[in-house]
Design a protein around this ligand. Structure first.
Ligand code: BMA
Length: 933
């Protein structure tokens, strides 16, 4: 009955003209909107203009809204294409120093003009601007992440009007604010400069915009300017909905097998109202189903709120679970506000039902100094966090598409990830990313956008920050996938570590607390008491709080999360890693595919590993030399790694060594899931590697390249995050231990086969089998090969340095990925035999997208690398890659998102293995290796 009364709601969708800035959603009846978004090729255009002081030139181009100036300049032929071409980031440096003005005309008709309120809604302005309507100043923007609503009633005319947004150069603004702060307060807000390797702009901490748009250690500097989200004029009389937050509470702990749980679901509706004492009706209903309504007297003002509560029964709604734990049930709801004048506004939301808690109990309540746990409990079930950190999908948000976002989140889902940390130096992500996270069961650890710097804590700056927190918490709070808020990236650790010298430490600490505790924490907890807020990552959680918000030892192994990087040890050896409770960042670099670099190169065939272009694509200090060391420590080192011939092989080997390092570190963490040592370390419950995705075609820690190609590491992630995994490692006594790791809720049983190969033969020198079982959240020893046994095979510890033939432990366990351990590293080229790899039986499935084929080998073939070199074939993956072939043949598949013919596949497939590297390798023992495995 209730439903019938409301089916007549007019739902108008705002045209999704640009994905990155889209403001989708419905706004109701009677509320009038004039959308000012416009594509360059439409009739009404925006113009962007600016004066380039270095060339003394006035530039005027057509602009996209939503959009950004770099894209406008590229599309108008002023910047070189593609935007990430070779040295384009340096050559376009002037763009960030120009004050750009965006303008257009628009018509206001009677329907809008007669409304009591007329406002200009700017969903996103990047960044510092003055906004004029008909030459009258109506407002100022100072934060890329804040929504601005300016009253324009008094300046707008019936008929033709103009809008002009004058942006200030973000680079100059940041520099000015830095000097101003120094002058007024007498101390610097550090750091004054980025390291030279970043080749970036300085002082980004002074401006509330994407911090990495000024450069980072994986990305170039493109300090954008523009109207990056939707912009529209809105006329209304009475009240309009601005935001809706959702709070849901089960009547008893979930999961509840009896299905008698009642969920109390409260929609907190934020509205603006221009009329005193008006009565209105709020409604809240699940589409095609249950609903409720409520009549209230409205207040007059902005940011007012009203709660409306619905009761849902577990008979009708089912729980939402993270990826790997169950289904992602989502339900559509509509919240509406009906004015008594007949005007209404609505908001549609998709909700899932779940509880999420961050658990920090003592690991041993009788010995509290052993520290606290750190894990998420979802629907009452302890969850091991498997996942990664995301960075912006492009430095220019206007370039990010739904397809790219979906492809990325699909990679996360396929690799068993259940959590992504949206890292604090980028941006609060697009609606699409959170939509997909809801759909794919990927929980979001949401940082606020502060990273690796001190920030001003003046009243003015904190007010600007409050606007951002208000906008983003209200925008994102209803998301089912949203698990936690976090204040910043690494600033607590940096503060405690005395990284910065610009101000007395006491001032730095005071400003830190003012920002992340007194300002952000207070506001977040007021707006969203349903979620945990931690001030920083890494942090020691409750311990940080006990110690006055700046922990004595941030990054403690006994409390909270850690960021764990070790570029100096042997990263294929688990003993170099620390026993963190929850590793929310760890990783190693590699370069993307040769084909990916070729997209931004004039002539890739002239590139060598140390060439200026490769240095240019590397922003992490000492990065390329670390990679060369990683390669020569584990593989047959090229006699000249810097030759044109060695270049493609170097790319292959750096990708492999990254994959191996990530595998080693991740499996180490997972094996700690149920182990605790006497000092209280262990119980690791989280592995979020750094980093999920790339921002450009450059060197980075990413697994997925900018346009979607999977690095070898991504294929390894599918395996090392497998719910059940047999994981081999070597103990200090030389024994090889195999543990069976599980975060599968189903008890696992299977037949484990353990083999040892010398690379010369497909017949193992050792073989054994055993029935093994694993329970949820355990990692137990299931098999052991004694060092004495290994000694008989000449595979024992310290057999390494002069050894001609490395030994390979190879594990198979049906229903789980194969796994392996090199007991000596395959550095000796003499030990690698030509496997004569051949591809046969190529066949296309009926879906036109999946190609099946067979690969055969004549010898043990380490690290087979399959590559599809079709230009623009970014969205495709093999079902395995970077694997070791120990059997004469293996069935494989390639999935192409847009489909592929058999012929095209055959023409573009390339296959190589470590043997191919011997062609460019020098002689074993010619080069020093740091590690003698
Ligand atoms: C972490 C991150 C980033 C950085 C990464 C790799 O500290 O938070 O700041 O990109 O390391 O250096």
């Amino acid at each position: 009955m209730f439903l019938a009364a409301f089916v007549a709601i007019v739902v108008i969708l705002i045209c999704d003209s640009n994905f990155a800035g889209a403001n989708t959603g419905e706004y109701g009846k009677g509320v009038q909107r004039i959308l000012l978004d416009a594509k360059r090729h439409s009739n009404i255009i925006w113009t962007a203009s600016g004066f380039n002081e270095s060339t003394n030139e006035v530039i005027q181009v057509s602009a996209n809204v939503p959009g950004g100036i770099y894209s406008d300049l590229e599309d108008n032929g002023i910047l070189k294409s593609p935007i990430y071409h070779e040295y384009n980031d340096l050559e376009s440096r002037w763009v960030g120093r120009v004050n750009w003005t965006f303008s257009r005309n628009f018509t206001v008709d009677e329907k809008v003009f007669e409304k009591k309120s007329i406002v200009l809604v700017c969903e996103g302005l990047d960044t510092i601007s003055n906004v004029y309507i008909n030459d009258a100043l109506v407002g100022r923007s100072q934060n890329m992440f804040a929504r601005y609503i300016f009253d324009i009633k008094r300046v707008v005319k019936l008929g033709e009007n103009s809008i002009r947004i004058e942006f200030q150069s973000p680079v100059n603004y940041a520099a000015t604010m830095y000097e101003k702060h120094k002058l007024v307060y007498g101390y610097r807000v550090d750091p004054p400069n980025v390291v030279p390797e970043f080749r970036g702009e300085n002082k980004v901490q002074m401006i509330r915009k994407m911090q990495s748009s000024f450069s980072w250690d994986w990305g170039p500097s493109y300090p954008n300017t523009g109207i990056w989200k939707s912009i529209y004029i809105e006329g209304y009389t009475g009240a309009v909905i601005r935001d809706v937050m959702i709070f849901s509470k089960p009547s008893k702990p979930v999961p509840d097998d009896t299905a008698t749980t009642q969920w109390e679901v409260t929609a907190r509706v934020y509205y603006d109202c221009d009329t005193e004492d008006q009565s209105a009706k709020f409604t809240f209903w699940r589409q095609n189903s249950n609903g409720t309504e409520k009549s209230v007297e409205l207040g007059k003002g902005t940011g007012l709120k009203e709660d409306i509560t619905l009761t849902e029964s577990a008979i009708d709604i089912h729980l939402w679970w993270p990826n790997g734990y169950g289904k992602q049930n989502l339900y559509s709801y509509v919240v509406s506000l009906y004015n008594d004048n007949g005007d209404s506004s609505s908001r549609q939301l998709r909700l899932g039902f779940r509880t999420v808690e961050l658990v920090e109990d003592y690991v041993d309540s009788s010995q509290r100094d052993k520290g606290r746990e750190f894990y998420f409990r979802v629907n009452g079930v302890k969850m091991y966090s498997k996942g990664s950190n995301s960075i912006p999908l492009h430095v220019l948000p206007e370039r990010i598409t739904y397809t790219q976002t979906e492809w990325l989140l699909r990679a996360a889902k396929l690799s068993h990830q259940n959590m992504i940390r949206v890292w604090g130096g980028g941006m609060y992500e697009s609606e699409a990313l959170y939509d997909l996270a809801d759909e794919y069961g990927i929980l979001i650890w949401q940082d606020f956008m502060f990273a690796c710097a001190l920030y001003p804590a003046t009243d003015g700056f904190r007010n600007i920050v409050r606007q951002e927190v208000d906008t983003q918490v209200k925008r994102l709070q209803h998301r089912t996938s949203l698990a936690m808020w976090a204040g910043n990236n690494e600033n607590e650790g940096a503060l405690r570590g005395h990284w910065w010298g610009g101000a007395p430490w006491a001032y730095q600490k005071r400003d830190y607390i003012k920002m992340y505790i007194d300002t952000i924490k207070v506001l977040v907890e007021e707006l969203d008491p349903s979620r945990r807020y931690i001030p920083s990552s890494p942090t020691n959680g409750k311990r940080t709080e006990d110690e006055g918000w700046v922990a004595n030892e941030p990054g403690s192994l006994n409390y909270g999360d850690i960021h764990a990087y070790n570029y100096y040890g042997d990263n294929w050896d688990w003993t170099i890693f620390t026993r963190g409770r929850y590793s929310s960042e760890y990783g190693y670099q590699s370069f993307p595919h040769y084909e990916t670099l070729a997209e931004v190169a004039d002539n890739i065939t002239t590139w060598t590993f140390d060439s200026p272009m490769m240095e240019h694509r590397q922003r992490h200090p000492r990065g390329n030399s670390e990679l060369v060391r990683m390669v020569s420590d584990h593989f047959p080192a090229p006699s000249n790694h810097n030759s044109v011939e060695a270049f493609p092989y170097m790319l292959y080997m750096v990708q492999l060594t990254q994959a191996m390092a990530q595998k080693t570190q991740t499996e180490f963490y997972r094996r700690l899931v149920d182990k605790l040592d006497t000092s209280g370390t262990g119980h690791n419950m989280g592995a979020l590697y750094w980093q999920l995705n790339d921002i450009w075609q450059g060197c980075s820690w990413a697994g997925v390249e900018i346009k979607g190609r999977w690095k070898i590491f991504m294929y390894y992630a599918v395996n090392f995050f497998s719910p059940v995994l047999a994981s081999p490692y070597r103990e200090s006594n030389g024994d090889v231990v195999i543990e069976l790791i599980s975060d599968s809720q189903n008890e696992f049983t299977g037949l484990l086969r353990v083999q040892i190969f010398k690379l010369s033969s497909l017949t193992p020198v050792y073989e054994n089998e055993k029935n093994v079982t694993a329970a949820f959240l355990t990692s137990g020893e299931v098999f052991r090969i004694k060092n004495s046994t290994l000694s008989d095979l000449n595979c024992h510890q310290h057999a390494a340095s002069g050894m001609a033939e490395p030994c390979l432990v190879y594990l198979t366990l049906p229903g789980t990925p194969d796994n392996f351990l090199f007991l000596q590293y395959p550095r000796n080229k003499q030990a690698l035999l030509d496997p004569s790899l051949e591809v046969s039986a190529v066949d296309l499935d009926l879906d036109g997208k999946t190609i099946r084929f067979m690969i055969t080998t004549k010898a043990v073939a380490p690290f087979i690398f399959l590559k599809m070199s079709v230009k623009d074939e970014h969205q495709g993956y093999f079902n395995d890659n970077g694997f070791i072939l120990t059997t004469p043949q293996k069935e494989l598949a390639y999935y192409s998102e847009k489909g592929m013919t058999v012929q095209k596949f055959i023409d573009n497939l390339s296959v190589m293995s470590l043997f191919d590297v011997t062609y460019i390798a020098g002689n074993f023992n010619e080069f020093g290796s740091t590690y003698y495995k």
